[in-house]
Design a protein around this ligand. Structure first.
Ligand SMILES: [Ca+2]
Length: 478
């Protein structure tokens, strides 16, 4: 553009300086470049715009009207802008040579390049900023798409669980409304049947208890021979071991006992017998006072020759032992058919007024003198508190033992299973709980104590005997 302006200026100046010369020229016959040799080099400066003069000639080519204005404008323009002047102004205007134009353009180019340098930096900076912003926008778009995807997934999950919860709610509601009432009715029916069974069992137990208030009545034929006790009976001819009717005192009614007339010269009256655990010995004071259990059975011989499990009764035992000197024979058997015995030549039970105090003396035998000496495996006070001689009788509802505790639940009879002449508490426990097999542990015991059928000086505290019995007879016969 600058070049074109310079060329146009040259033409205008030439034309304005001498209008007549202009008229003398036949413009149509002249080469477009004519006396403008610079135009001949013009191709070398702007070869890329060959058609530009033709298209722009109508607007850039000077017209007669603005000639004067053009001249005034050219006069104001510095010469170095185009360099189009002669040494003398009358000679008109010279167009700049190609070299001059080059120099000028190079100068302008330098300025342009200097101006462009910061612009280029700014463009680069803008480009980098644009890239940065573009990348940032891309990342934000990715994040937005990811969040949208997560939102969509969450929506699906919530929708899924909402459906599941609704299904479960429906199921639970139906169950509560329909199944539960029917199940409850069913359970109530079962409960009513169980209650009825319990009531029937309670009645049956009551009947059995009523039957056992006195020593059980058997259908065995009672021998004709009778006496004050078994020694008296054997003297009168009752030599078979079986159940007899005795009457120690004419003032009192006769009652049934089992007499061992075969072992140790016979005449032994059974006051206690354990052999199979068939009778519960955890009983009240009154039951021990009257006696309980089964005197004897008939096993096919026509008479009751087999003793049952029973306690004769503290009233009867006391009365028999106070009739005169009495000895007691305690026989026992373990679960391996081993048998031992303990015999006391003196055995007396005081009356109920003294809570049936026990007195024994004159030990002999091979089971160990537990009633008089206590447990020989213990020492000092631990041993003396297991001595039974001199103790009162205790049951779980009548505590007469030597264990003094503010806690009423702490009593020997309650923890050791039966009625006995407990101290604190025992070395022998013939009325304890029946354990099949012998050995037992505190974890098996109801209160964690040695509540089995124990004779400590033979088998220790944690072995429950298979069988044990106590027999008495007047000691003058020995
Ligand atoms: Ca006590």
């Amino acid at each position: 553009m600058r070049i074109l302006l310079l060329l146009s200026l040259c033409v205008i100046l030439a034309w304005a300086s001498d209008p007549l010369e202009y008229d003398d020229y036949d413009l149509t016959g002249l080469d477009a470049r004519g006396n403008r040799p610079l135009s001949h080099r013009r191709d070398t400066y702007n070869p890329s715009q060959p058609g530009r003069p033709q298209t722009g000639s109508s607007s850039s080519r000077p017209t007669p009207a603005p000639v004067g204005v053009k001249q005034e404008q050219e006069k104001e323009r510095p010469l170095e802008a185009g360099g189009c002047t002669h040494a003398s102004e009358q000679l008109g205007v010279l167009c700049p040579t190609g070299c001059e134009l080059k120099v000028t353009i190079v100068k302008q180019e330098t300025n342009v390049m200097q101006a462009m340098a910061p612009l280029r930096n700014q463009v680069d900076e803008l480009s980098r900023s644009s890239n940065h912003i573009y990348n940032y926008v891309e990342r934000m778009s990715d994040v937005l798409r990811e969040r949208q995807r997560v939102n969509d997934d969450n929506g699906e999950v919530v929708s899924h669980y909402t459906g599941t919860i609704e299904e479960e709610h429906t199921y639970i509601k139906e169950t509560v409304d329909n199944a539960f009432p029917s199940d409850i009715r069913l359970l109530q029916g079962v409960l009513d049947k169980i209650r009825q069974k319990i009531q029937r069992l309670e009645k049956a137990i009551q009947v059995q208890n009523d039957n056992c208030k006195e020593p059980c009545i058997t259908s065995c034929p009672i021998p004709v021979v009778s006496g004050k006790e078994c020694e008296d009976i054997i003297r009168k001819g009752g030599v078979e071991s079986q159940m007899y009717m005795i009457q120690p005192d004419p003032q009192n009614l006769p009652y049934k006992v089992f007499c061992d007339q075969n072992n140790n010269n016979g005449g032994w009256l059974l006051i206690q017998n354990r052999m199979d655990g068939s009778v519960d010995f955890g009983r009240r004071w009154d039951s021990y006072r009257r006696g309980f259990g089964n005197i004897a059975f008939d096993v096919g011989k026509g008479y009751c020759q087999t003793p049952g499990e029973y306690w004769l009764g503290n009233e009867q035992i006391s009365h028999l032992t106070k009739m005169g000197p009495t000895e007691v024979l305690i026989e026992m058997e373990d679960w391996s058919q081993n048998k031992v015995h303990a015999k006391y030549s003196q055995f007396t039970i005081q009356s109920e007024n003294g809570n049936y105090v026990l007195s024994v003396d004159g030990y002999s035998g091979n089971a160990g003198n537990t009633l008089l000496e206590g447990a020989t495996e213990l020492f000092g006070v631990n041993r003396t508190m297991t001595i039974h001689n001199g103790m009162m009788f205790s049951t779980y509802d009548r505590d007469n033992d030597k264990w003094y505790s503010c806690d009423t639940s702490k009593q020997c009879s309650k923890e050791d299973g039966g009625g006995w002449w407990y101290n604190r508490c025992h070395s022998a426990n013939p009325n304890g709980r029946y354990y099949i097999g012998g050995a037992y542990t505190n974890s098996m015991a109801k209160h964690g104590t040695d509540d089995g059928m124990v004779w400590m000086n033979w088998k220790g505290s944690w072995y429950s005997l298979k069988a044990i019995s106590m027999k008495i007879k007047p000691s003058f016969t020995s």
